[in-house]
Design a protein around this ligand. Sequence first.
Ligand code: SAH
Length: 257
Amino acid sequence: MTHQNPLGKVYLVGAGPGDPGLFTLKGKTLLEHADVVVYDALVSDAILAMINPEAEKINAGKRRGRHSRLQGETTQLLVEKAQNSAIVVRLKGGDPFVFGRGGEEMGDLVAASVPVEVVPGITAGIAAPAYAGIPLTHRNLSSSVTFVTGHEAVGKYRPQVNWRAIAHGSETIVIYMGVHNLDHIIQELKSAGLSGETSIALVRWGTCPEQQELIGSLDTIIEQMNQENFTAPAVAVIGGVVNLHSLLNHCRPLLVN
Ligand code: SAH
């Protein structure tokens, strides 16, 4: 591809939660025309298959404890590619601005005078509960929902999560990156006053063919997780809306992947 512009551009694109049918048309078009695609570990193969065959594909995958590339190196790479006139797609799981470091990357790119555009994606915290039949709000059960990271206890996030405020602040709580730390989070929520009988769902590999759900209460879920060997990536949903799960239990969409 040739470009008039001496400077390329970086598109921060959300790949959605896994099911390629949930990827945006805008994101797909960009993948088909990109010169360089830098993608994360959680992006599904079906979406990677949409990438322009001529494009340079770079895996910047960062899974817990297995950093294949440091964040600063990834940003540096994006800057260099864009300075070489490339149309660069930075492809991230879910939405780039929801716990995806999209904000940080955008800041670094702007600081390096690289043009940036953002294409949102469907975030896992919305899609995984939806495919599990759990509505996050409901006129009778929940008028508010909070998205929160469970990773903060390892010192990754500032400001730190105020679990006491979260416990009282909304009827539905959706936790990302919380599986490893769930025991601690549940203790915090219970000491803030949530009943041990409060319902919780864990949805693993949401919207992917291997999607799995675990439904229980704050008091039972850790034992259930241990029994099932339930691991990341999963979102946790806490609140009365979880009980609606059984309504849609047998209506899994037919067109998943
Ligand atoms: N930007 C992403 C989130 C990145 S943080 C988004 O908007 O979805 C990574 C966390 O997202 C995982 O630890 C997990 O909690 C959640 N996650 C990502 N994909 C998921 C999926 N398919 N099913 C369930 N949880 C998922």
